[in-house]
Write a protein that binds this ligand. Structure first.
Ligand SMILES: Cc1cc2nc3c(=O)[nH]c(=O)nc-3n(C[C@H](O)[C@H](O)[C@H](O)COP(=O)(O)O)c2cc1C
Length: 210
């Protein structure tokens, strides 16, 4: 059963050497990603796309554009999940609302009001806004994924140390549409968890109340 949220959050720490014997079934991976997408997203656009790399051939492709200091995670993890932002997520947005309407979750008026408000925003959005929105949505899903992975007894390492210009094409995605946000290596630590953790600045340095 999932652990208390605080326990899960404080137990998570970046693990860079996994037990290579540990595999994660695709059913369990999908279940964890299904939980990850309970994340909020701007206008509920859900501008994310996940590529789960859990085969030797897939891992080999990552080695062509990941930085060498991230090879241990690539090589020893059960999987590396690539989190991409989808800049054209708004193109399937009507379908989402129509589904909610059919499921009687919203009235026709509410559906039309939402579509009339949000669709023009995205249809006329700048490239920068589409990229930012997709990056934020996807980051939230990635964080949720790391926490749910922890609750399932796995360890993770978020990774942005790779040549981002090669990420989408390497897995057959259109680089014009899909922006690489981060990768998350997942597995079980090869060693017992270390007591020494990374430090955080004093909270006072990051918080102002107004
Ligand atoms: C967006 C992002 C990118 C990161 N990229 C890498 C990376 O390329 N390689 C790596 O070993 N760790 C990477 N990390 C892990 C950080 O180094 C780590 O989260 C940080 O030092 C705090 O330690 P903790 O995760 O153990 O709390 C990344 C983390 C984030 C959030």
């Amino acid at each position: 059963m999932p652990q208390e949220i605080e326990t899960v959050m404080t137990k998570r720490q970046s693990i860079r050497e996994f037990d290579p014997k540990v595999k994660i079934s695709r059913d369990e991976m999908t279940a964890m990603l299904k939980m990850a997408i309970t994340a909020p997203s701007a206008c509920n656009l859900q501008a994310w796309k996940f590529i789960v790399v859990d085969t030797p051939a897939g891992k080999e492709k990552l080695r062509h554009y990941f930085m060498p200091f991230n090879f241990p995670q690539v090589d020893t993890s059960a999987a590396v999940v690539l989190f991409f932002g989808n800049k054209l997520a708004y193109k399937k947005y009507r379908k989402l609302w129509q589904g909610m309407y059919k499921a009687k979750k919203v009235t026709k008026e509410a559906m039309e009001a939402a579509l009339n408000t949000f669709m023009p925003l995205y249809e006329h959005a700048s490239e920068a806004m589409l990229k930012t929105d997709a990056t934020i949505d996807t980051s939230l899903a990635a964080m949720q994924f790391m926490l749910i992975a922890q609750a399932h007894g796995y360890d993770t390492n978020a990774i942005a140390g790779y040549d981002a210009s090669k990420a989408a094409e390497s897995v057959g995605l259109d680089p014009e549409q899909f922006v690489p946000v981060m990768a998350v290596a997942i597995g079980k630590s090869a060693k017992a968890p270390v007591a020494m953790r990374t430090s955080r600045y004093d909270i006072g340095e990051s918080v102002d109340y107004q």
